[in-house]
Design a protein around this ligand. Structure first.
Ligand SMILES: C[S@@+](CC[C@H](N)C(=O)[O-])C[C@H]1O[C@@H](n2cnc3c(N)ncnc32)[C@H](O)[C@@H]1O
Length: 500
């Protein structure tokens, strides 16, 4: 058994540090987790070249954190506990009920599906979803499936993108999983099959800070979001804001899956809680009206045991929801049987219909449809916006993001070409073109477009907000591009970009 180090840092300093981390990164360290905090910060301090942890903390507290500092801290202060097909009950419901219904509905029209693993850690969760879809969709190549996987910890993301795992990641999975989807390497580790790896896009996103939903980082119009064992590390107010943004990132009828230990009627009150045997999942349903049960007692936010920051000894089963939650659930949770949930209204509106709201411009309509995942309509509204104002590069950029979401990459590329013809200094369009080239395997071209974007961005003040970006600053896009470049083979060093 590991020997616990006594707490050596003064309470006042730990208290200031935990407030600061909550504000700047969203990482919440209540007093009962100060030991984790102290352990992590000591390692981060050594890694940054400090002999004295206190001096390191004072340095951190002196100014707002830079992206490099956030990444460094996240590498040591976040919990990397995950494995394939974790909390299998929710995934069974997904496989047996939610996804088959969604696939049936989508099969007739646009064959697209958008899934987001928010707080994906080292990739086991999004890859589990990819394998699940591979089993469910025999003609997968005819579908446009997006699995976005984001995390704040760059080390986890790097491991995820490599897709190489040890036995510990398979601690609760059947043997056939490895045989079917992994190749055993000489070092005894298991490498995920490239076709499954290609189904998932990993990227950095700080749930506490970054903008979402947004077309820019493709966090809009999700059919399904998994945000499991992440919210429990946030303070209640922060968790509330994150849940609100996740709600807006879903299409009408979209699903949010959390961990059973995070179930809360207060936190997810904007959702319809859907009761399955042994699990509650949350659904965004427009005009669902008030929830079926009122919360008469405030249910305290997370009361379970925090997952240990340090690697944990194997446990045979998942920790169950703490007693307080079980009680809260059975008392207040609206019990909506799955079959009884009304189908979401499609709200379908034809771009050619004379009845559309004349007060709204076609580009507003296009955005609204895109946000709701009605991509054919969004594209039609965008074409209308272009027809009315052919020289506006923003319309072509919007069209490009919509076409990309539809899996129409050539059309997206054409639209970006037009946007850049009209506005050669459109940094976001260069960035988007770089991403498209990357997804098409054209790395050299991608680098060129990223380089163009960086030159333009460096000429702007870091805090300047970029047009058409949903509030993204020039400095933040520099960081994002640097992170993408760093993930490319033979990429320039990250810190070189980050110092700009
Ligand atoms: C315990 S893991 C959960 C992994 C996976 N979702 C699961 O349930 O197995 C928590 C993850 O949340 C990530 N995380 C913590 N704070 C975050 C934030 N502010 N933004 C994004 N990810 C965050 C951590 O880096 C870590 O990978």
């Amino acid at each position: 058994m590991a020997i616990e180090m006594p707490i050596a840092l003064p309470d006042t300093l730990l208290s200031r540090l935990s407030d600061f981390l909550e504000l700047q990164i969203g990482l919440h360290f209540p007093r009962e987790r100060w030991r984790d905090l102290e352990r992590g910060i000591a390692v981060a301090s050594r890694e940054s070249g400090y002999k004295e942890t206190q001096a390191y903390i004072h340095w951190l507290l002196a100014a707002p954190l830079t992206r490099t500092q956030i990444e460094g801290l996240a590498s040591h202060l976040t919990v990397g506990e995950t494995y394939f097909f974790r909390e299998k009950r929710s995934l069974d419901i997904l496989e047996q009920q939610i996804l088959p219904e969604l696939l049936r509905a989508r099969r007739e029209n646009e064959r697209h599906l958008r899934i987001w693993s928010a707080g994906c850690c080292s990739g086991e969760e999004p890859y589990s979803i990819a394998m699940l879809l591979d089993r469910l969709i025999p003609d997968l190549e005819k579908w446009n499936v997006t699995i976005l996987a984001t995390d704040i910890n760059p080390l986890f993301l790097r491991k995820a993108a490599q897709g190489v795992y040890g036995e510990w990641s398979f601690r609760d999975t059947p043997g056939w999983l490895k045989e079917r989807y992994f190749t055993r390497r000489q070092d005894g580790r298991f490498e995920i099959q490239p076709r499954i790896r290609r189904m998932v896009t990993f990227s950095y996103l700080n749930l506490a800070e970054d903008a979402y939903p947004s077309l820019v980082n493709s966090t809009n119009a999700m059919d399904l979001i998994l945000c499991r064992n992440v919210l429990m590390y946030f303070a209640q107010e922060r968790a509330r804001k994150v849940v609100d943004k996740l709600h807006r990132s879903l299409v009408d009828g979209g699903w949010l899956i959390t961990s059973p230990a995070e179930t809360s009627t207060v936190l997810f009150s904007a959702f319809t809680a859907v009761a399955f045997p042994d699990a509650f999942l949350y659904r965004r349903i427009a005009n669902a009206g008030p929830q079926t049960a009122a919360v008469t007692h405030p249910v305290p936010w997370y009361q379970g045991n925090w997952e240990a920051t340090a690697p944990r000894a194997p446990t045979p089963a998942e920790p169950s929801a703490p007693a307080a939650f079980s009680w809260a659930l059975s008392t207040f949770a609206p019990e909506v049987p799955y079959e009884a949930v009304a189908e979401p209204a499609t709200g379908s509106e034809d771009a050619d219909s004379p009845e559309h709201d004349e007060r709204e411009t076609p580009q507003c309509k296009a955005r609204a449809c895109a946000d709701e995942g009605r991509l054919v309509e969004a594209s039609a509204w965008c074409e209308k916006a272009i027809a009315a104002d052919k020289l506006n590069p923003a319309h072509y950029y919007l069209l490009a993001t919509i076409e990309q979401e539809r899996g129409q990459n050539e059309a997206a590329e054409r639209a970006l070409g037009r946007a850049l013809y009209l506005e050669p200094d459109f940094a976001l369009a260069h960035f988007a073109l770089g991403n498209l080239c990357l997804s098409g395997g054209r790395q050299r071209e991608a680098r060129r477009h990223f380089g163009n974007a960086l030159s333009l961005l460096r000429a702007c003040p870091a805090e300047a907000l970029l047009p058409e970006s949903d509030g993204l600053s020039a400095g933040r896009l520099v960081e994002i591009i640097a992170a993408v470049q760093a993930s490319l083979p033979h990429a320039p060093k990250v810190h070189k970009e980050l110092t700009t």
